[in-house]
Design a protein around this ligand. Structure first.
Ligand code: AMP
Ligand code: GLY
Length: 416
């Protein structure tokens, strides 16, 4: 099965690695760690990606990142006749617009935090005030994509006022913050549920958890994710069933009712509040670094699954092994703030069961160098989380570059 993966991050490397066990895989633009032929076409060069597909004639195209999906790459490739794993621009609004997503959740009856959507800062402030008057705290969210920085948890009205002003008056996130969603703050543990969707049908991959904060013990600023592990033993089978029943199934049905064709992954950010799963958000792509741990736990059938979803066919089961997986991100000093690029990296021999997924790396004159904030993920499997964790951290020791840092508690304490 000829497969093209579009993207260059850690998530795409994990997809290339897994799909490569079952299919002939190519990537664009790819990254230096990928075990496949990579082409130089950027993810935002839509005509270039279509031209590459005309040449390669893939039987499956997997679009990794959200931006090209939001901007319609999936639609373009589908209309050019290629089976695409990834929703079209309409479905991708579930991630691109929190206002749209909350409205869809309301119509589908999905449990989620009470919220209001605002384009006027005064109205936003009054709403926040009314929630504090009721004894609640709020979360102020830029409706559009603000690169993971557009969510501000506000324990006080002053902090809410500041976040509203920053987004709506000062324009800190440009157009992404012109509309804000103000939600009640919920408290609970979080997990990620990645469900492969084919029309009205879905199949959920193993539950996985990531760590959003930069520092040990869930301190420091929010990041794209500093590590992940799977399985999450604290998620009871009944809670998982409820999450599928209350969060995934109703949204899949709503997409069908609204005539939005959806062939791709629906990523539900779930918080368990008083034993009940509540939806914090949907994403329309695989999680990063969740995917790095999820693929390590899969047996055979992943390529067939994505192919079936891309074609809108019935979804075949995928083998899930008993292995436990832990993935630890090694980041550039300063991330998620400013950091240096072009720093030489050395990677020693990895212990058994460990694989390194590249994310922000590049090759300069034959030398592997850093090229992003999250540089790579060291991903390990073992028969227990403890074993996987030990192996992952043994692997992290073998990665060296100036300024490198990693959280030390991935897979150990339950995040959030
Ligand atoms: P989101 O991009 O909406 O998933 O938000 C990013 C992170 O902010 C989530 O993973 C949570 O940790 C936190 N968060 C979002 N919404 C809420 C909420 N209503 N209550 C508490 N924390 C939240
Ligand atoms: N790790 C969270 C995300 O991919 O959005």
């Amino acid at each position: 099965m000829r497969t093209l993966v579009v993207g260059s991050g850690g998530r795409e490397h994990a997809l290339v690695w897994k799909l490569g066990q079952e299919a002939e895989v190519f990537a664009t633009p790819g990254n230096p760690g990928m075990e496949c032929e990579c082409f130089g076409v950027a993810t935002n060069d839509y005509a270039g990606v279509v031209a590459l597909c005309d040449r390669l004639k893939p039987e499956l195209v997997v679009v990794g990142p959200e931006d090209p999906l939001v901007l319609g790459l999936g639609d373009r490739l589908r209309s050019a006749g290629f089976p695409v794993f990834g929703p079209g621009a309409e479905g991708a609004q579930l991630e691109a617009s929190k206002a749209f997503s909350k409205e869809m959740m309301a119509r589908a009856g999905v449990p989620t935090a009470a919220s209001g959507t605002f384009t006027d800062p005064e109205a936003a402030y009054s709403y926040a005030q009314s929630r504090f008057d009721l004894g609640r705290q709020v979360v102020v969210k830029a409706s559009g994509n603000a690169l993971g920085k557009g969510v501000v948890i506000c324990p006080s009205l002053d902090e809410a006022a500041e976040a509203i002003a920053e987004m709506m008056v000062e324009g800190a996130f440009g157009t992404a913050g012109q509309t804000v969603v103000i939600e009640d703050r919920l408290v609970g543990r979080e997990f990620s549920l990645l469900s492969v969707v084919s029309g009205g049908e879905f199949w959920s991959l193993p539950v996985v958890q990531d760590y959003k904060r930069a520092l040990d013990g869930d301190r420091g600023p929010n990041t794209g994710g500093m590590g992940s592990f799977s399985p999450c033993e604290w998620v009871m089978p009944s809670q998982l069933m409820k999450a599928e029943e209350l969060i995934v199934r109703p949204m899949v049905n709503q997409l069908v009712r609204d005539g939005i064709q959806y062939n791709g992954v629906l990523f539900s950010g779930v918080m368990v509040v008083d034993d009940t799963p509540v939806c914090l958000e949907y994403n329309v792509r695989f999680g990063d670094p969740e995917t790095q741990s999820v693929v390590r736990r899969l047996g055979s059938g992943f390529a067939e699954l994505l192919m079936a979803a891309a074609r809108g066919e019935a979804l075949p089961p995928v083998e899930v092994t008993q292995d436990c997986a832990v993935s630890v991100v090694v980041a550039s000093g300063g991330y998620p703030g400013s950091y240096k690029k072009g720093v030489p990296i050395t990677i020693g021999e990895m212990p058994r069961g460990v694989h390194v997924f590249h994310a922000g790396t590049a090759k300069r004159e034959g030398v592997l160098v850093t090229n992003g904030g999250r540089v790579l993920a060291v991903s390990a499997v073992g028969t227990s989380l403890t074993e996987a964790r030990q192996r992952a951290y043994d692997g992290v020791e073998k990665v060296q570059f100036d300024g490198a840092f990693a959280r030390k508690d991935i897979g150990q304490v339950v995040a959030n």
